[in-house]
Design a protein around this ligand. Structure first.
Ligand code: C2E
Ligand code: MG
Length: 673
C-alpha cells in the first residue's frame, strides 16, 4: 500500500534532492479515516501524495483534507500535470516544514474552517487552496492555479478599480507580510457573476521570524455588499429622478470647492426652482408633476458639460455645480442655456406642460467657500430671479449678501429663541359677521429679536421650517395658545370662545403634533371643539400620506380643522371633499380688491355657496374696509378678521377687549351694517 517514490528532480530554489511519498488509497475499511490520519502524521517529514483512480477521486480529496499535500488520479493525468502536482506538493511541504510552530497551528486550524484559505509562498506561487475556498470560488478539486493567478485573483477592488500588477492585490499584501482585515475585493471569473469577498491576510514566518509567504482567508459577502450598496445608493440618489440627492451634492460641492481653491479657479453653484410648479401638481396631478421632474433631470444631464454636477435638492428644486470655467460669463451662459432648455414644452404621454425655471448663481470664492453657504447664496439669488418675474437667472450680489448675513444671524438666533423666551403670541379677533360678536381669536407668532426688534412670522417662519425647528416652536405655540384661551374662557365666562392656531405642513408629517395637541387640551381642560388648526397647504388634505394619518388623529381628538389661504394657489375645492375640513379662511388677496374685482366677487360667492352646501364655515381674513365687510355680509360669509376689526395684539389688550365685549360693547360699533 505504501510506495516510496524514490527521488524527484527538484525545481529551482529547492534542495538538491527530496523524497516524496506516494500512497495508493484502497477501498475504505471502517477505521480507514483514522488509519489515514495516523499514516499522514507518521509521514510528516515528507510531501505525501495520494494516488487514486478517477472513479475513486473522492478518496484523493479526503486524503488532502486529512493533510496530504496533493492527490493524483493515476488513470486521468498527463505527464506534465503529474509533474506540476508533485512540484506543487513539494513546495507546499517545504513551506510547511519551515513554518514557525505558531503558523503551523494557524494554518492547520484555518485549513478546516468554512472560510476560504489560500496560501502563497514568497514568490507568489499558490501552495494551498482549501476545500472551502474551492467551493466559494467555484474551482474544481483538481484545478491548479497557473503561475500568474495571484495577479488575477481579486484584482478588482471594492470600488470596481483594477489593482492588477500592484502591491494592493490581497495575496501580494499577505506574502509581503502585511496583516490586514476586511479588505473588500471583487472576484471575477469567466461565466460567473461577480462576487464580493471580504479578505483577511497575514504573512507566514519561519522559526527565525523570516517571512516565507502569506495566507489569506476570505468569505463571500456578495449578498451583504449588494444590500449595503443599495442602501448607499439610496442615501446618495434621489429615488424619483435618479439624480444625486442633496447629501451627495453637498459632499461633491465641498470637494469641488477644495479643488477650485487649490487651482485658484472660480466655481459656480446654480440653484434652480420652477415658477408656480405647484399648479402643475394641482391641476394635472402628482404623476404628471413627477414625470416633468424626471424630464428636467434628463435635460439637465444632457445639457451640462462633462464634469459639471447636477442634483435634485428637493421638490422642484435642482442644483448644479459648474467647475473649471475661466470667465464668470460662462456661468451666465450655462444658466441662460438652462433657462431656455428647461422652459421648452414637456410633452408627456397625456399632456403637454410648460414650466419656467428661475435660477440663482453663486460664485466661489466671492460668495463663499463653504458648500452650505454657496447653496444658500444661490438660493437667495434664485428668489430674487423669481421676484423679478421668473423665467430668468440672477447672480448673487453684495446687496443680497446682506440678506444672507441676516438670514444666517436669524437662523443662529432661532436656535436659542425658545429657551431665551423670545417668542410671543399676538392674537387677532375674529367676529361673527351677522351679529358683530367676537367669537374667537387667531394666534399669530412673533419673535422679539434682540437686535432686529419684533419680527413677524414672514421673516423667520421659512427658516424655522427649513431648519426643522418648526416642531418645537409649533408645540410652544399650541401649548401657549391653549393655555391663554382657557384662561380667557374662565376669566370672562366665555366657554365658546375659540382659538385658531396656524400649522406648518412639516408639523403634519409627525404624529407628535397629535400628542402635543392632546396634552395641551388635557392640561388646559379645554373643550377640543374650541381649537381650530389652520392648515396652509390644502394639497395635503387630498394626499394619501403620513399627513392624512395625522389629520385623522387630530380629528379624533375632537378639534376643528380649517384650510387657510383659501382661493389661491394650492388650495382648491377638491381639498374640501373628504370630510376633514370644518372651515376655510378666504385669502386676503381675494378680499383686498373685492370692491372692484368682479372675478374675485364671483369666486367668493361661489366658494361661500359651495361651503354652505358642504356645511363648512367660511371666514374672511384681511378685511380692512367697511365695503369689504358689507360685501361679505351680502354673501352670507360667516366670520371676518382684519385691521378693520382689530389688528393682532398682545394678550393684555385682548383681555380689555373681551371685558368690553361682555359689557356689550362690540368691536365694530362704528357703522356696522
Ligand atoms: P395668516 O394665517 O393668513 O394670518 C393672517 C395674517 O394677516 C397675519 O400676518 C395678520 O397680521 C395679517 N392681517 C390680519 N389682518 C389684516 C389686514 O386687514 N390686512 C392685512 N394686510 N393683513 C392682515 P402675520 O401675523 O404676519 O402672519 C403671517 C402668516 O404667518 C400667517 O398668515 C400664518 O400663515 C403664518 N403664521 C403666523 N403664526 C404662525 C404660527 O404660529 N405657526 C405657523 N406655522 N404659521 C404661522
Ligand atoms: Mg391663519
Amino acid at each position: 500500500m505504501l510506495t516510496r517514490a524514490g527521488t524527484l528532480e527538484p525545481p529551482v530554489n529547492m534542495p538538491a534532492t527530496i523524497d516524496v511519498v506516494m500512497f495508493a488509497t484502497g477501498p475504505g475499511a471502517p477505521d480507514a479515516e483514522q488509519k489515514l490520519a495516523d499514516l499522514l502524521r507518521s509521514l510528516h517529514d515528507y510531501p505525501v501524495i495520494a494516488l487514486t483512480m478517477k472513479a475513486d477521486e473522492q478518496r484523493g480529496i479526503a486524503a488532502v483534507e486529512a493533510g496530504a499535500a496533493a492527490y493524483i488520479c493515476i488513470d486521468d493525468v498527463s505527464a506534465d500535470e503529474q509533474e506540476s502536482i508533485i512540484e506543487h506538493a513539494v513546495r507546499r511541504h517545504l513551506l510547511q516544514r519551515r513554518l514557525s510552530d505558531t503558523d503551523v497551528t494557524v494554518l492547520s486550524v484555518l485549513r478546516n474552517i468554512n472560510d476560504g484559505v489560500i496560501v502563497a509562498d514568497r514568490a507568489g506561487r499558490i501552495l494551498d487552496i482549501n476545500p472551502a475556498a474551492r467551493s466559494i470560488l467555484g474551482l474544481g478539486a483538481r484545478w491548479q492555479p497557473d503561475s500568474d493567478w495571484e495577479q488575477t485573483f481579486c484584482c478588482i477592488d471594492g470600488n470596481g478599480a483594477s489593482v492588477r500588477n500592484s502591491a494592493a492585490l490581497p495575496l501580494v499584501r499577505a506574502r509581503n507580510g502585511e496583516k490586514f482585515s476586511n479588505h473588500t475585493a471583487i472576484y471575477r471569473a469567466p461565466e460567473q457573476p461577480d462576487m464580493w469577498l471580504s479578505i483577511n491576510g497575514q504573512g507566514l514566518y519561519d522559526g527565525k521570524r523570516e517571512l516565507i509567504g502569506g495566507l489569506i482567508t476570505f468569505r463571500d459577502t456578495t449578498d451583504a455588499t449588494r444590500q449595503t450598496n443599495a442602501l448607499k445608493k439610496q442615501a446618495q440618489f434621489d429615488e424619483l429622478t435618479g439624480l444625486p440627492n442633496r447629501n451627495a451634492f453637498s459632499a461633491h460641492l465641498q470637494r469641488a470647492i477644495g479643488r477650485s481653491q487649490r487651482k485658484s479657479t472660480p466655481l459656480a453653484v446654480l440653484f434652480i426652482d420652477f415658477d408656480r410648479f405647484k399648479s402643475v401638481n394641482d391641476t394635472l396631478g402628482h404623476d404628471t408633476g413627477d414625470a416633468v421632474l424626471c424630464e428636467v433631470a434628463n435635460r439637465l444631464q444632457n445639457n451640462l458639460r462633462v464634469g459639471d454636477f447636477s442634483a435634485r435638492w428637493g421638490g422642484d428644486e435642482f442644483v448644479v455645480c459648474l467647475e473649471d470655467f475661466d470667465e464668470l460669463g460662462n456661468a451666465a451662459a450655462a444658466a441662460q442655456k438652462l433657462v431656455l432648455v428647461l422652459s421648452e414644452k414637456y410633452a408627456l404621454r397625456r399632456s403637454e406642460v410648460y414650466a419656467t425655471p428661475s435660477i440663482g448663481i453663486a460664485i466661489s470664492p466671492d460668495s463663499g467657500t463653504e458648500a452650505e453657504r454657496l447653496v444658500k447664496a444661490a438660493d437667495i439669488a434664485m428668489f430674487e430671479a423669481k421676484k423679478r418675474g421668473g423665467g430668468r437667472f440672477q447672480y448673487y450680489s453684495s446687496t443680497l449678501n446682506t440678506k444672507l448675513a441676516q438670514r444666517e444671524e436669524l437662523e443662529i438666533g432661532l436656535r436659542h429663541a425658545l429657551v431665551r423666551n423670545e417668542f410671543l403670541l399676538h392674537y387677532q379677533p375674529r367676529i361673527d359677521i351677522a351679529s358683530g360678536r367676537l367669537i374667537g381669536l387667531e394666534a399669530l407668532l412673533r419673535w422679539q429679536h434682540p437686535r432686529f426688534g419684533l419680527l413677524p412670522p414672514g421673516r423667520f417662519l421659512p427658516i424655522l421650517e427649513s431648519s426643522g425647528l418648526i416642531h418645537s416652536a409649533g408645540d410652544w405655540v399650541i401649548e401657549n395658545a391653549c393655555r391663554q384661551l382657557a384662561a380667557w374662557q374662565r376669566q370672562f365666562e366665555l366657554p365658546d370662545l375659540s382659538m385658531a392656531i396656524n400649522i406648518s405642513p412639516a408639523q403634519l408629517m409627525h404624529a407628535r403634533l397629535i400628542d402635543c395637541v392632546a396634552d395641551a387640551i388635557a392640561n388646559s381642560t379645554l373643550d377640543p371643539g374650541c381649537i381650530e388648526l389652520e392648515i396652509g397647504d390644502g394639497d395635503i388634505v387630498r394626499k394619501r400620506s403620513a399627513e392624512i394619518e395625522t389629520l385623522r388623529g387630530l380629528r379624533k381628538l375632537g378639534i376643528r380643522l380649517s384650510l387657510d389661504h383659501f382661493g389661491i394657489g394650492d388650495v382648491s375645492f377638491a381639498s374640501l371633499d373628504n370630510g376633514f375640513i370644518d372651515s376655510f379662511v378666504l385669502d386676503h388677496s381675494l378680499i383686498e380688491d373685492v370692491a372692484d374685482n368682479q372675478s374675485h366677487q364671483r369666486i367668493i360667492r361661489a366658494a361661500i355657496a359651495m361651503a354652505q352646501g358642504l356645511d363648512i364655515e367660511v371666514a374672511a381674513e384681511g378685511v380692512e374696509t367697511l365695503s369689504q365687510l358689507e360685501f361679505l355680509k351680502s354673501c352670507n360669509c360667516d366670520l371676518a378678521q382684519g385691521f378693520l376689526i382689530s389688528r393682532p395684539m398682545q394678550a393684555d389688550k385682548v383681555s380689555a377687549i373681551l371685558r368690553s365685549e361682555i359689557a356689550g360693547t362690540r368691536l365694530l360699533t362704528r357703522g356696522m351694517p
